[in-house]
Design a protein around this ligand. Sequence first.
Ligand SMILES: C[S@@+](CC[C@H](N)C(=O)[O-])C[C@H]1O[C@@H](n2cnc3c(N)ncnc32)[C@H](O)[C@@H]1O
Length: 246
Amino acid sequence: MTARERVEHWDAVYRNGNPERFSWFQAVPELSVNMIDRAGLRTGDAVLDVGAGNSSLAGLLAGRRLRVTALDVSTRAIELARHRVAPDDGAIEWVVAAFLEWPPARRFRLVHDRAVFHFLVDPHDRSAYLERLRAVLDPGGHVVLMTFAPDGPRSCSDLAVERYSAEQLIETLGPGFRLEYHRREMRRTPAGRGQRFTSILACLADPDRAPVSAENNGSAAVSTRRGARAYHGSRGPCAHTPRRLD
Ligand SMILES: C[S@@+](CC[C@H](N)C(=O)[O-])C[C@H]1O[C@@H](n2cnc3c(N)ncnc32)[C@H](O)[C@@H]1O
């Protein structure tokens, strides 16, 4: 699939369907937030949501006082996501671009990707994605990667997908990435169909810091003020003991 075909495909999907009936739609992206909460982020840290779609995640993270960039190849998807964030007070950077062609102005403490990476069935596209991921992540930064599981769907939105276990995802990410948390889940689509997903939180090791155990890495203490949650945790090195989330 060329870059142009990808844009046209996703724009057509968002223009022709009911956004709340898409198989990937979730009113609240609970697992994404759960994993991000474990990454030891601080207030003001930069977070990138790759292929944000019509998700409410950007608004939830902005409410936690993170600096959020929501990127999607589809203009319509970004319009829909923006609409879900009310009021859109400028706290979120909305970007219409393909991840592989986008020149970011900064690095990020965390990159989140739910159901985007698994569409890369061409090894060249996968390599380009992984190279880009390393380029945009801070050393010691985290990635939340969520894909269909080995026994999950073989396609989505008329596109073939690659399916992964947590072990395959961390192996695919390559040297320097450490698995911190993983979860296998059966989720229900809005139409009630089951989809098995694999989700991981992985850390790109900072060579200047020694690893710690998973128990004390989740140091993102959260304070509550005027309904907004904010992080003030201390930055920790990558955890070395992967843990399964139940
Ligand atoms: C299955 S949807 C998932 C949307 C969202 N992450 C969620 O969980 O609700 C995949 C999204 O990735 C976007 N996308 C696909 N390829 C992309 C690329 N190369 N760069 C940026 N966005 C892309 C699509 O437009 C679509 O919104």
